[in-house]
Design a protein around this ligand. Structure first.
Ligand code: SER
Length: 314
């Protein structure tokens, strides 16, 4: 892996579900004095790092912080997720798009050398093939989050093609983690279910029992993020965003797996507006380009992920 410890790193949205864990890993790779955490508010997770209060929509302040810390790499994780975005579509569009433009423009102006920006399975829509969804396929997302991610992917490729910006991106599936809580996603049930299973041995799921979605355990997702960012540039052939396949399961299957550890765990189903979002997304992902181009391999399957989540949350 190609780690240049001279390059200082900024994580924007460091207090979020991905940010907290990515910060830990980047601290190990670069040393905490070379990693700066930025978010709209302070968090105990930033104890070892320099911290900056930052709203990514404020480009001037972003530039000031980039200069102050001599940042070379930016991980832009600040965004509204699918369910929250539907409640405030115009703000979601502004945050998700303008935040990206601010970072890409600073890269174009030569202040930043490398950018990481996450995309999502939400770029796909109801007209996309649902099983083993390929990298290249019909993409007509129906959520504001998905529209912003698809547009963002196109802009990332545009800045690479027109301005040579080294921007790298992954389409994350639903991410399952115990260190940090998710916020505002449609796949979040697969995290809440563990907390409730341990606390009350019961869970009311906001998706129906047979709603299969692509998911991934956070250690795999963090490893993917680190691997794509440290792969030699010539291996990154896709400058929009890479499909990332992990595990695929539905609420009934994860509940059955939890029951192997907590036999009297009960689940009830009460689908809400998030059902429609989930129904528009793929059920499983084909990531052969990702495997071929930079050697990606997922490790956690459903049983290992469930045991690990329960052990760690206990
Ligand atoms: N986990 C995200 C969400 O549900 C998808 O990228 O919004």
């Amino acid at each position: 892996m190609d780690v240049n410890k001279e390059e200082k790193v900024l994580i924007i949205g460091a207090g979020g579900q991905i940010g907290v864990e990515l910060l830990e890993e980047l601290n190990k790779l670069y040393g905490s004095s070379n990693v700066v955490a930025a978010d709209v508010k302070q968090s105990p997770a930033f104890a070892n790092n320099a911290f900056e209060v930052l709203d990514v929509l404020n480009k001037e302040r972003l530039l000031e912080k980039v200069k102050k810390h001599q940042i070379k790499q930016v991980y832009l994780l600040a965004a509204l997720l699918s369910a929250t975005a539907e409640k405030n579509p115009l703000y979601a569009w502004q945050l998700n798009m303008q935040g990206l433009f601010n970072v890409l423009e600073l890269a174009k102006e030569g202040h930043i050398q490398k950018v990481y920006w996450p995309s999502s399975i939400a770029v796909f829509g109801p007209t996309t093939p649902k099983q083993n969804t390929p990298q290249y396929t019909v993409m007509e997302p129906t959520t504001v989050y998905g529209i912003s991610k698809l547009a963002g992917e196109r802009w990332c490729e545009y800045y690479f093609l027109k301005h040579g910006i080294d921007v790298r991106s992954i389409r994350y599936p639903g991410l399952i983690s115990y260190k940090s809580a998710p916020g505002g996603g449609t796949t979040d049930y697969a995290v809440h279910i563990f907390h409730e299973a341990l606390k009350t041995k019961s869970y009311e799921c906001f998706l129906s029992e047979d709603t299969a979605l692509p998911m991934m355990y956070m250690p795999d997702a963090i490893r993917a993020t680190i691997e794509i960012m440290h792969a030699p540039a010539e291996k990154i052939k896709i400058r929009g965003s890479y499909n990332l396949g992990g595990i695929s399961f539905n609420p009934k299957q994860i509940a059955n797996e939890i029951r192997k550890h907590i036999p009297d765990f009960k689940i009830a189903y009460k689908p809400d507006f998030r059902q429609q979002i989930a129904d528009s997304w793929p059920q499983s992902i084909d990531d052969r380009e990702t495997q071929t181009d930079w050697g990606w391999k997922n490790t956690y399957q459903l049983p290992q992920m469930v045991s690990s989540m329960l052990d760690n949350l206990k």
